[in-house]
Ligand binder design. Sequence first.
Ligand code: HSE
Length: 313
Amino acid sequence: MAITRAEAFAPATVANLGVGFDILGLAIEGMGDRAVVEFQDNPEILITDIEGDDGKLPREADKNVASVSARAFLDHMGEKRGLKIKLFKGLPLASGLGSSAASSVVSVVALNKLYGEPFTYEQLLPFCLEGEALVSGYHADNVGPCLLGGITLIAGITVDAIQQLPVPDNLHLALVTPDVAVPTAEARAVLPTEVSLKTMIYQTGQVARVIDALHRNDLEALADGMEKDMVVEPARANLMPYLEEVRFESKRVGAMSVFIGGAGPTLCALCDSKEIADKTAETMKAIYVDAGMDALVQSTHVDRRGAIVTMSE
Ligand code: HSE
């Protein structure tokens, strides 16, 4: 019997991994978005409800990333029916945790299930990217790992340009998300449009080092390479409250490096044990609390599953 209703979950992600602007990202175990989708005879897409966004996200189908990515999928299939989408936001908006990517992915993964899963998750990427592009531009460093899990290199959007990279043993992460919105579009607007050849050589070297370190299970080199961004972090640093304090204090309690999560304001610390990640998360939180700001912290690790179908009937 045909499936008429499906629910999916899509995890939080951290894009860039410091030096890998727009080409590297990883999925995080724990938080994420959920969506339930079902066909309707009316050809429109209807967002029936959104929970968890404090009413901030648009309900109009052409303005919400979940429906825009679903629309790309339906159009590709030449579908005459429309869709009802109910979205459960588990991720804070404009936070650097891949919130728009998770919503773009979750509806498409559920929709793929309604069709009997004709596409691999790599093949779903271009549909998801249509949603992500609506608010964040065409970059797949969140939607890639969100779909596939793990640590992902997105050198393009064709299937052969998407590579799963090895996840080192003992890679733990502490993340802090202060209660301040940094919309990706704004954080992209401050970036330089050109870099010198010298900078390009240095930055390329660091990205190569990060990828090599992943393949060699070398956390030291990974941590060091990730923190060597000469292009994006300097331009965005003043949008990230307490970046230097978080870096200094996190390292004082044993973290190996600190980098901006995606477009921020989330900051991520790479740690080599759960104990240090726990301690780092506590330390990060205290910095914002002392400054009178609320902050969400996580002590977590790489999610290897990516988006999943959680129910179908
Ligand atoms: N690579 C993107 C950026 C991720 O840093 O702007 C944010 O969505």
